[in-house]
Design a protein around this ligand. Structure first.
Ligand code: WT7
Length: 644
């Protein structure tokens, strides 16, 4: 069966930064002469002291070390703010659209400069210095961007924790990077509902004490303020000047830490540094979205995820773009909200996740066709594989066959997009992330690490470094090496499965490790399991993913109860509540099956492969069950399988 192909429309190629010939030429140079290529493109940002060294990286298992532009110095906030003042001071930097459709505001580059300087001085006032870690737990309000850029301005390292995480998860992340300052808001507002952010922080800092909590007034809700520790942002901001000189930072000084789930243990603090990250985020933003001066660009992610870091804040602002920041959710007050916002602010480039597309597709076309969307020129997708049905709907109904779709594959670890179409260069195939970005060398290996050539399926690795790559796991370089460079020595292992077709296009098939992707959010099954076994009635738990119409994958939990405990629907609800409280709503199990026994090998290892198959309904392909200690448990599990 041949895949349908959507050739690049001539008018798209004509206005794009690169057409196919240019892509091929640039790509070849980028891998043959990385120093030449990245030496030239590194100049897209402003350096205080120019670099003389460019790429200095080693994937050698015994000595993993990644440095780019290592003798250059810069300030990321100056690049995202100050350098635009002269040319586009009065241009909108941020268009903020509130949860409530009646609320929106525009922040020009001049205003952004004022706000970031103020915020930086407030941080100084709280004793935050260069190198300190600052935890940000904010809703999608402009202050989130001000706070990030203020940290960058004074050389502090931010660690953003998504507002949907529980107090325990927040405490773990505050402790993990030893931050002494937390920035939050009284409450968040999403889909008309209030999120008790400050109250969550209060609980978190009981476990992980900090010196200062800066509270932004978002809703005016009633919150407790502890004297000597908690301050209102607006009161502090009133007292400080709006001038704060950007600190000179080395290219390899950390810019931020972002926690992400893996297949084992606690979330890892992914460390990104300043120079290479900004070059890569800004360059991918310009080329992948074919950004041109004056475009209005909207990425619907939350700044709590890497997509928000690279493609709401750092990439677009480094490019002097107008970036739209949305506080709400796709379905509030109705399922037409995205398209109404596109019309209201004349959005040209729109970037969202397949899970949102599927949810809106289910709500009916009339919510889309009732809007104009004439401003839209390009659509993007990120976070999980996009199924061809959703792709076609996005293309035909939302984009009216006019807007190319860039299906961008990347990870928290990669800092920016690695595999993606370029709108003026790449013919599209629904469901394929297509070809590598400049400097990126993907390869497919088998379980033993042997390179597979041609049209094949296997595990996706990257052969050499690019400037946006993570540098280490915060405080645990060995874990960085073990997680990404030990499986296939000398290669960066992505954790994804992938197929390459006869045209050399890449098709991501999903995670091959114990990580599941729920609505484009990464969840380690081990984390959900440890939350479940922390419940007093649970003796053992095994968690796997299963196909879910909207979420991509749902969370399926097999739970063995303590001796004497009775399974019940009440207990299921209690367990869901428990996991929400331990990790956050994004980790809520969709289906719980009480299992008197789990399939184990004679040495006691849970055979997840079998559990995955049962959850997926593929009973015929359970594979070899002869090594099971007690093969009868499998029949019991199949008989009691939970219906989706
Ligand atoms: C994992 C990374 C990086 C943005 C948000 C997610 C999956 C991401 C795609 C895509 C197929 C994708 C992969 C990857 N993924 N984008 N376009 N097609 N799969 O970041 O939380 O670090 O998750 O998301 O499985 O490994 P993340």
């Amino acid at each position: 069966m041949s895949d349908s192909v959507f050739p690049v429309p001539a008018e798209v190629a004509a206005r794009a930064h690169v057409d196919n010939a240019k892509y091929l030429e640039m790509y070849q140079r980028s891998v043959e002469d990385p120093d030449g290529f990245w030496g030239e493109h590194g100049k897209r940002i402003d350096w205080i002291k120019p670099y003389s060294r460019i790429k200095n990286t080693s994937y050698d298992y015994h000595n993993v070390s990644i440095k780019w532009y290592e003798d250059g110095t810069l300030n990321v906030s100056a690049n995202c703010v100050d350098r635009h003042l002269e040319k586009r001071g009065d241009q909108p930097a941020i268009i903020w659209e509130g949860d409530d459709p009646s609320e929106s505001k525009i922040i020009t580059y001049k205003q952004l400069h004022h706000e970031v300087n103020k915020f930086a001085n407030v941080l100084h006032g709280q004793g935050v210095k260069k190198g300190d870690r600052v935890t940000i737990y904010l809703p999608m309000i402009p202050e989130a961007a001000y706070a990030m850029l203020a940290c960058a301005r004074i050389g502090a390292v931010h660690s953003i924790v998504f507002g949907g995480f529980s107090p325990d998860s927040l405490a773990q992340r505050i402790e993990g990077c030893k931050s002494e300052c937390v920035i939050t808001a009284d409450e968040g507002l999403r889909g008309g509902r209030k999120v008790p952010l400050k109250a969550n922080v209060d609980k978190a800092v009981e476990k992980a004490p900090v010196k200062s909590v800066i509270v932004v007034n978002r809703t005016g809700g009633d919150v407790a303020m502890k004297a000597g520790r908690d301050v209102w942002y607006h009161e502090e901001a009133d007292r400080v000047s709006d001038h704060c000189a950007p600190v000179e930072m080395n290219a390899e000084d950390p810019l931020f830490i972002l926690y992400t789930s893996g297949s084992t243990g606690q979330p890892k603090g992914v460390v990104h540094t300043s120079g290479g990250y900004l070059v890569y985020a800004s360059m991918t933003h310009e080329y992948v979205f074919d950004y041109h001066e004056g475009d209005v660009y909207w990425c619907t992610a939350d700044v709590g995820w890497v997509t928000g870091h690279s493609y709401i804040v750092y990439g677009p602002l480094a490019n002097g773009a107008t970036t739209l920041m949305f506080e709400g959710v796709p379905t509030y007050p109705g399922p037409g909200r995205f398209w109404e916002v596109c019309d209201k602010h004349n959005v040209n480039i729109f970037y969202t996740a397949p899970t949102a597309i599927r949810a809106l597709m289910g709500a009916g076309n009339e919510h889309v066709t009732g809007t104009s969307r004439k401003s839209l020129r390009l659509l993007g997708s990120v976070g999980e594989p996009i199924n061809p049905e959703a792709w076609n709907w996005y293309y035909n109904v939302v984009g009216e066959k006019r807007c190319p779709i860039v299906d961008t594959w990347w990870q928290t670890e990669t800092g920016g997009i690695l595999i993606t179409p370029l709108p003026g260069a790449t013919d599209l195939k629904p469901g394929s992330a297509t070809r590598p970005f400049f400097g990126v060398q993907p390869a497919i290996v088998d379980a033993e690490g042997k390179f597979l050539e041609g049209a094949v399926e296997g595990n996706l690795v990257i052969k050499d470094s690019w400037p946006g790559q993570m540098r280490t796991v915060y405080g645990d370089h060995e874990r960085f090496v073990q997680t990404y460079f030990a499986t296939y020595k000398g290669l960066y292992f992505t954790g994804d499965g992938c197929r390459r077709d006869e045209d050399g296009y890449y098709w991501i098939t999903g995670r091959v490790d114990d990580v599941i992707n729920v609505s484009g959010h990464r969840m380690g099954t081990a984390e959900v399991e440890s939350a479940l076994v922390a419940h007093p009635k649970v003796s053992e738990a095994a968690v796997v993913g299963y196909p879910h119409d909207i979420k991509g994958q749902g969370i399926y939990a097999y739970v063995t109860l303590m001796e004497g405990e009775e399974p019940s629907d009440e207990l299921k609800k209690e367990l869901v509540k428990h996991v929400r409280a331990e990790i956050g709503p994004i980790a809520s199990p969709d289906l719980i099956q009480f299992a008197p026994g789990l399939p184990k090998t004679r040495s006691g290892k849970i055979m997840r492969r079998i559990l995955r198959k049962i959850a997926e309904d593929s009973f015929d392909s359970l594979g070899d069950t002869s090594t099971l200690a007690d093969p009868a448990v499998v029949d019991e599990l199949i008989d009691n399988r939970q219906n989706r």
